[in-house]
Write a protein that binds this ligand. Structure first.
Ligand code: HEC
Ligand code: HEC
Length: 220
């Protein structure tokens, strides 16, 4: 009992001694979670942003700066992207339609919340890729020089404004690479990708996407 009491008191002391900034961050994250749960994000990006439906991206554990830039570009209509043939609208349309629900503060809070969520586990692919498929993807990624900005396995970005790309949905990855190669994705820093991605053909893109989608950021 005494030990428990001591632990509780010590625990309380630690909380009191925590820097003011930590309390502010946590309020921001709490507010961000509320935004995420109430402004329809959950329906398309799944629990904690870690389970995108269909070919929609996971957001959990993504760089905060990158997330905010994307939200801003989707809200302003700068990020358009390709058309989803099953709906006849761009993939981003359903999201663009709800972005008026978010204030500037909501946007800042929701990205603060998403950035600290545990990264998604890779989606299981059917059929499962072979070892040879995965190796080919890793090799192509290395050969094309993607590591310079996205890290050895897409798990780290060389700049906080660049995305982490490991563990994203395979079809989402293919779509974004293709959109940048074909200059359908033109907003923000997409131009930084043009020089390398133009050297990737459809097979290279498919191989890289298969491999990247299976990199597990939680493995360490
Ligand atoms: C109707 C479905 C839908 C809703 C609702 C939705 N999104 Fe999205 N979101 C998408 C799709 C689809 C994309 C990817 C578009 C593409 O492939 O071009 C996306 C992309 C994003 C991106 C860019 C990710 C990246 O890696 O570039 C962010 C950030 C994002 N959504 C956050 C949110 C937040 C926060 C909310 C709630 C305010 C939300 N979304 C609501 C469907 C949705
Ligand atoms: C010079 C730096 C640089 C290099 C090299 C680079 N990228 Fe990127 N990449 C970026 C930036 C910056 C973005 C985000 C663009 C934006 O602001 O919308 C990005 C975005 C992406 C995205 C979209 C992520 C998302 O969530 O929507 C994918 C996928 C991607 N890169 C894959 C690759 C691959 C594969 C290669 C190698 C063929 C590569 N990149 C090489 C800088 C780079």
């Amino acid at each position: 009992m005494r030990a428990i009491l001591t632990a509780l008191i010590l625990g309380a002391a630690t909380i009191t001694a925590a820097p003011v900034q930590a309390a502010e961050v946590s309020d921001e994250i709490k507010a961000g979670k509320r935004v995420y749960m109430t402004k329809t994000c959950l329906a398309c990006h799944g629990r904690n942003g870690a389970r995108g439906v269909l070919s929609y991206p996971v957001l959990a554990g993504q760089n905060e700066k990158y997330l905010l830039a994307q939200l801003t570009a989707i809200k302003s209509g700068e990020r358009v992207g390709s058309v989803d043939e099953t709906t006849g609208h761009t993939f981003v349309q359903g999201m663009a339609d709800i972005m008026h629900l978010l204030s500037e503060d909501d946007m800042k809070n929701v990205v603060a919340y998403l950035a600290v969520q545990k990264p998604a586990r890779p989606k299981v692919l059917d059929p499962a890729p072979s070892e040879a498929d995965l190796k080919l993807g890793a090799k192509t990624y290395k050969k094309l020089g993607c590591r310079a900005c996205h890290g050895k396995e897409g798990e780290r970005a060389s700049n906080k404004a660049y995305p982490i790309i490991a563990g994203l949905d395979r079809v989402y990855l293919m779509r974004q690479m293709t959109n940048m190669r074909d200059k359908v994705r033109v907003h923000g820093k997409a131009k930084l990708m043009y020089g390398v991605i133009k050297r990737a053909d459809d097979d290279d893109i498919a191989a890289i996407a298969t491999w990247l989608s299976q990199v597990d950021r939680n493995k360490d």
